[in-house]
Design a protein around this ligand. Structure first.
Ligand SMILES: C[S@@+](CC[C@H](N)C(=O)[O-])C[C@H]1O[C@@H](n2cnc3c(N)ncnc32)[C@H](O)[C@@H]1O
Length: 652
């Protein structure tokens, strides 16, 4: 081992860990371094929610209307006389777009009055007491009936047919606008250096400033032009951007229409998405404000109540969650538009001030809303899996990164999937700035002459990748790829690992090591696999992470006076955070630089150390030192379950 190898002083650092009771993955100095249809079943229960349950403060309770708690004696679709709403008759409502300027600003809060005391029944017990309101409701119903729908969905073929050319054109135009807005949103999320919940909020503000909100200033009842049943959105905030649901912290959106509030959209949480099919019926808990009597119902409840009488279409968006072993809901969430529904009844929750609302899907709406739900069900069945998630990268990678669990029911762990290092910009000092140093090569087109290419010169006068992108040097301290500041083209042979994954990978649950990673296809030796991504933190910070140090990866070397860094993949990371250790690994890692010249914070790139057959677990050597991991003066031990014939039995 060359002592000038930036990883060489790792041994010294390892002893430092011992002192600081820290353990973490280190780079090796050798090769190994590293509601269904009513006919089928009773209604499915969902709960309305905002961006997150805790944020909205809404209660999420896993019991439905038929639970004894609510005391409901009504069978599904049985509608109490007071609350008559025929579920058999097809919807006769259509789109209405109200410009925000045209709202009636006169406040005439409708009074809702209970006719009988609810004892053991949760029948809908309200009638409109205000005659004026009744007239308005009639007017609204007539208005809805009269308006002609812009498109018709062929139920059998599950296709959307537009009534005329102009409605098709305007739908396409709106769809383009939606797509543009979504792309910009995604780009903002990907490129921003922000962290946590603020990312989608800031992205939404950014789009708003740029006038990229679709249907801005309009409150739409019914179909939203440009959006189709089954469309999926990654963030709650996006629903506002595309005009599906205008509330940011509330699961029920409403408009004031002729002096009354009617609901326009509801966002519901499904806690058990493995049981999902197409939702024919949804029960949504109404807002549970501090109501003392029914005269003071929160606006959202009133809106849903009036929607029952108005028979207006309500858009239903369902938040699809995963559930992890501890039962908490996190990860892998998205919002799927399920189509237009109608409120058919509501009832008070016994012992509580809130209400529940039963919504039934319009028979003319497309049935299977989310494609991946069907696929997910098939895979669960075929693989005999207990849990399956189609893509934990949420479309951020060129391939889907599925997560398959055939061992237990644990869902996607709580971390944010990223495709670039978090916090890199913060630590990249100016003196290493490529703009100041001579970082980029001057080659024209593809780099071909290693004597002329300054990047090849840094690699001791060689191109380290062959023309198929296979790395031919496995023991280099540092690899310099051509990069952002080079004049060569983006297809240059000296740009490999920066271009992202080229082999489809999947995360799977192992029996003894937690999650692991395997390739869906065979991988030739020397191929680039993936980068180890996470948040760049300073060493001192890493040392303090006593209880959360499983995803720390030492980078750079200790002989830099101005900072030593670690990658922390606990909160932010990619599939690499799931790659396990083996005493006989099939991957190795290399330090790569291409977007800056700071050797303290190289990219950690994993490559295949051998030809890897498909479905084989990918592993690298964590390089822990046995008996050198100490916590509070006590030597910590972790047994190794890599199963290799040369396994030393312990990770540390
Ligand atoms: C970077 S994480 C790897 C992914 C991890 N299995 C998971 O479920 O998230 C490192 C942790 O995985 C487990 N692990 C990795 N390789 C192992 C091995 N060969 N034997 C036992 N546990 C291992 C250890 O708990 C280790 O702290």
């Amino acid at each position: 081992m060359d002592p000038s190898h930036p990883m060489f002083p790792k041994r010294e650092r390892d002893s430092q860990y011992q002192l600081s009771s820290k353990r973490r993955i280190t780079q090796n100095d050798e090769l190994s371094s590293f509601g269904t249809s009513p006919q089928h079943q009773p209604f499915q229960v969902t709960y309305n929610c905002g961006p997150s349950v805790s944020k909205t403060g809404l209660q999420v309770k896993p019991h439905g209307p038929s639970s004894s708690k609510t005391g409901s004696q009504l069978k599904p679709f049985q509608v109490n006389q007071n609350c008559k709403a025929s579920s058999s008759k097809p919807f006769n409502v259509s789109n209405t777009i109200i410009s925000s300027r045209s709202f009636n600003t006169k406040k005439t809060s409708p009074k809702v009055q209970r006719t009988t005391e609810p004892k053991n029944t949760n029948s809908p017990l309200f009638k409109i007491s205000n005659k004026k309101d009744g007239a308005k409701l009639k007017h609204l119903r007539r208005h809805s009936d009269d308006a002609s729908s812009s498109y018709i969905i062929d139920k059998e073929k599950q296709t959307t047919t537009f009534e005329n050319q102009s409605s098709l054109i305007s739908h396409r135009r709106a769809k383009n606008k939606v797509e543009c807005a979504l792309k910009l949103f995604q780009t903002y999320v990907r490129e921003s250096n922000l962290v946590g919940y603020s990312i989608p909020i800031e992205a939404s503000k950014f789009l708003k400033r740029r006038g990229m909100f679709v249907h801005d200033g309009k409150k739409i009842i019914g179909d939203v032009p440009g959006i189709e049943v089954g469309d999926e959105f990654q963030y709650f905030e996006v629903l506002n951007v595309v005009g599906l649901h205008r509330k940011i912290f509330n699961g029920i959106d409403h408009v004031r229409y002729n002096g009354m509030f009617i609901a326009t959209s509801v966002v519901s949480c499904r806690l058990y998405d493995d049981k999902l099919d197409d939702a024919e019926l949804v029960i949504s808990t109404g807002e549970q404000g501090n109501v003392i009597n029914n005269q003071n119902q929160p606006r959202e409840n009133l809106a849903l109540m009036y929607s029952l009488y108005a028979e207006n279409p309500v858009r239903v968006i369902i938040k699809l969650n995963s559930k992890n072993a501890s039962g908490s809901v996190n990860g892998g969430e998205k919002y799927c538009y399920f189509g237009l529904y109608k409120v058919v009844r509501f009832w008070q929750i016994i012992g509580k001030l809130g209400y529940k609302f039963l919504l039934v899907k319009s028979p003319d709406q497309k049935k299977v809303a989310c494609n991946d739900m069907r696929k997910r069900k098939q895979i669960l069945k075929r693989e005999k899996c207990l849990n399956y998630f189609e893509d934990i990268s949420h479309g951020k990678e060129d391939f889907h990164i599925p997560m398959i669990n055939c061992v237990d029911s644990e869902g996607v762990p709580n971390f944010r999937y990223v495709t670039q290092m978090v916090n890199l910009e913060r630590y990249k000092p100016k003196k290493y700035s490529p703009l100041k140093g001579n970082v980029g090569c001057e080659c024209v087109g593809n780099c071909s002459d290693s004597d002329q290419c300054s990047c090849a010169m840094k690699n001791r006068g060689k191109f380290l990748f062959n023309r198929n992108g296979i790395v031919e040097e496995t023991k280099k301290d540092m690899i310099y790829e051509c990069g952002h500041f080079c004049k060569c083209s983006s297809n240059c042979r000296n740009r490999v690992s920066q271009n992202g994954i080229k082999f489809p990978l999947e995360i799977f649950k192992t029996k003894t090591k937690g999650w692991g990673v395997r390739s869906k296809k065979k991988i030739p030796s020397g191929s680039f696999i993936c980068e180890y991504l996470g948040e760049i933190i300073e060493d001192e910070q890493a040392v303090k992470m006593i209880d959360n140090d499983e995803y720390l990866f030492n980078i750079g070397s200790t002989n830099h006076k101005d900072g030593v860094f670690t990658i922390d993949a606990s909160k932010y990371g990619n599939m690499a955070r799931f790659i396990n250790h083996s005493c006989s690994p099939n991957l190795f890692c290399l330090n790569v630089l291409f977007d800056h010249d700071d050797v303290r914070i190289p990219h950690i790139m994993l490559f295949a150390a051998e030809d890897i057959p498909q479905k084989t677990e990918l592993t690298y050597n964590y390089n822990y030192k046995i008996d050198q991991v100490v916590d509070n003066g006590v030597v910590k031990k972790k047994y190794c379950y890599c199963g290799a014939s040369n396994c030393i039995g312990r990770l540390y």
